[in-house]
Design a binder for this molecule. Structure first.
Ligand code: PLP
Length: 456
């Protein structure tokens, strides 16, 4: 095995700064402060180049569901590479690993979602859905149905279509330089947006914003509505219970396709194989990535409902494909990953054991800590809303910088957590133990105490 030649942290940082433009990073910070160099992982922990052990409360980027260091996946990759490192699914070709993966996924997805197209990332998966949704309506003789409605604070990827679907103004320049025929409605966060309404009433109001947008655009111009079952990167926003049933009613009433983005929620994170199952959603399209391979190799898939596939199948040549759609090695790794999730009962573990333990631990912290106004989450994804005043639901301000201060304190103390707006966000590997949840809680509590002292 080739060993990575170890440098000192300072050497890695200097080499990194010289040649690497990082994702979602201010290049100035890399030049000034250097990057964090992560060299190894095992279970729920990673190690940095100074040998420091760090609890990964984010499972990488919400993706390392089975945890680090599972050699079953490297074995599967090697076996597939030795047998057939590459072939494609273009021009009527297929490879057994692709066939097996599509079949396996069909057994896990909600009823009717039985056809799959492959991609390499969640962004690419959403790109192809934009194409497929419009193509579907064109084949049905409604070529005007092209606009896709998304939500504020949505994240659906970084390709041009992904950015256009996204709803984070600072990140994506929403409605400014992105593609036409994308629209946005309010994200359903009761604590911040709900005002005096009860959560159930606010859920209906947030759903009806979609109806208003459809009527404003004209139903004949709207192809689809896209949303994550739980909005992840936007801050783990769990909608009120009334939201999803009403969204589905509206989509059906106006012939608007429903896209449930499962890139984060899929593969056990919410305590079901898919977030759509947790929330009773019956989507037309389901993009999935991240947990499909636990991030060990890049791969994404899009589930198409039979009613969509049946129309596409009559359209003649579908002119779309990536060189690496359904890459055999990625498919083999995804299959091995799914076997671990299924074989070790990780989905049930999240639903019945570690998920409730994790949420209850965070809730207990929220109940007693003056800085935490709301704990929200399901399964193993959660957020704590940082507030100035609990009674009035007054959230911290940008100037308070409370989430970033807390995130940095967590990291210094050995925990990776994420700061999203004025919230702390967590999404640990599905294999996290109760002891590790306790460790996470201790570090997080110390960090919040420090931030509370700073804010005074
Ligand atoms: N959709 C959602 C909900 C995501 O969270 C992400 C990435 O975080 C994407 C799509 C894009 O996936 P990728 O980064 O694999 O392109």
């Amino acid at each position: 095995m080739t060993e990575i030649k170890m440098n000192s942290t300072a050497q890695w940082q200097a080499r990194d700064a010289r040649h690497h433009l990082h994702s979602f990073t201010d290049p100035g910070l890399i030049l000034e402060q250097g990057s964090r160099i992560i060299v190894r992982g095992e279970g729920s922990h990673v190690w940095d180049s100074d040998g420091r052990k760090i609890l990964d409360g984010m499972a990488g980027l919400w993706c390392v569901n089975i945890g680090y260091g599972r050699t079953e996946l490297s074995d599967a990759a090697k076996a597939q590479m030795d047998r057939l490192p590459y072939y494609n699914n273009h021009f009527q070709s297929a490879v057994p690993a692709m066939i097996e993966l599509a079949e396996r996924l069909a057994g896990l997805t909600p009823a009717g979602l039985d056809h799959f197209t492959f991609a390499n990332s969640g962004s690419e998966a959403n790109d192809v859905i934009v194409r497929l949704a419009r193509y579907y309506w064109k084949l049905l003789g409604k070529p005007g149905k092209r606009t896709i409605i998304s939500r504020t604070l949505a994240y659906h990827g970084s390709t041009v279509a992904g950015v256009s679907l996204g709803g984070m103004p600072a990140m994506h320049g929403m409605d400014n330089g992105t593609l036409p025929e994308f629209a946005h409605v309010e994200h359903p966060h009761w604590y911040v947006n709900g005002g005096d309404l009860a959560p159930a009433d606010y859920g209906l109001k947030a759903a009806r914003a979609i109806e208003e947008k459809i009527l404003e655009l004209g139903p004949d111009n709207v192809a689809a509505f896209i949303a994550e079952p739980v909005q992840g990167a936007g801050g783990v926003i769990v909608p009120p219970e009334t939201y999803w049933p009403e969204v589905q009613r509206i989509c059906r009433a106006y012939d608007v396709l429903l896209i449930a983005d499962e890139v984060i929620c899929g593969f056990g994170r919410t305590g079901a194989w898919f977030g759509s199952q947790t929330f009773g959603i019956e989507p037309d399209f389901m993009p999935m990535a991240k947990g499909i391979s636990s991030g060990y190799l890049p791969i994404a898939a899009v589930a198409l409902h039979d009613r969509i596939f049946d129309v596409i199948a009559k359209g003649g040549l579908w002119p779309h494909g990536y060189t690496y759609s359904g890459h055999p090695v990625s498919c083999a790794v995804a299959l091995a990953n799914i076997e671990i999730i299924a074989g070790e009962g990780l989905v049930e573990r999240v639903r019945d054991d570690i998920g409730p333990y994790f949420q209850a631990s965070l809730q207990a912290l929220a109940d007693r800590h003056p800085l935490v106004g709301e704990r929200r989450g399901v399964g193993l994804m959660a957020a704590l809303q940082l507030v100035r005043d609990k009674a009035t639901r007054t959230v911290c301000t940008m100037e308070d910088n409370a989430a970033i201060l807390t995130r940095e304190a967590c990291y210094a103390d050995g925990l990776i957590a994420r700061a999203v707006g004025q919230s702390m966000v967590l999404s640990p590997p599905l294999v996290i133990t109760r002891g590790e949840v306790d460790e996470l809680m201790e570090i997080l509590t110390r960090a919040l105490d420090g931030t509370a002292r700073t804010l005074g």
